[in-house]
Design a binder for this molecule. Structure first.
Ligand code: HEC
Length: 121
């Protein structure tokens, strides 16, 4: 009985947490938000259009590319940490608080579940 109660409250808690994070209706997606954000703030350096050593990469690692969804999904945890948590990317800054808030919502609600990233924050 106690186990059942704990299970039910854990389920309720996680349902509430999810509701608070995923607030946009319609939900934020790669097409209605993510692509625009990544193109504007990240793909100027992190793009498959720029091979290793290309001057536009400004030394961004050759494997880390954000000009397509799969690249974002592959490095989604690092995107969350560098752009949202520490603000170290993009190096010169730029995104507003509102945009960063949408970024973390989009990552948590669409990209992490899709990429199989477990909650760690
Ligand atoms: C002006 C060029 C430039 C832009 C724009 C830029 N980066 Fe970077 N990025 C770099 C460089 C240079 C490195 C390698 C040095 C380093 O890690 O600090 C890097 C490394 C990274 C790495 C790999 C290292 C790590 O900490 O995991 C990630 C992930 C990353 N950037 C994410 C982003 C994201 C997300 C954005 C957009 C919000 C972005 N970057 C925008 C230049 C850029």
């Amino acid at each position: 009985m106690r186990f059942a109660l704990i299970t039910v409250s854990a389920l309720l808690l996680s349902a509430c947490a999810e509701e608070e994070v995923c607030v946009h209706d319609p939900p934020l997606t790669y097409h209605n938000f993510g692509k625009g954000f990544m193109d504007q703030y990240c793909a100027g350096c992190h793009s498959t259009q720029y091979p290793d050593g290309h001057p536009n990469r400004i030394d961004a690692p050759a494997a880390v590319n954000f000009d397509y969804y799969g690249g974002v999904a592959e490095y989604s945890e690092r995107v969350y940490i560098t752009a949202y948590e520490t603000g170290t990317m993009p190096p010169a800054g730029g995104p507003t608080e509102e945009e960063l808030d949408k970024l973390q919502e989009w990552l948590r609600c669409e990209v992490f579940p899709d990429a199989g990233v477990e909650e760690w924050w």
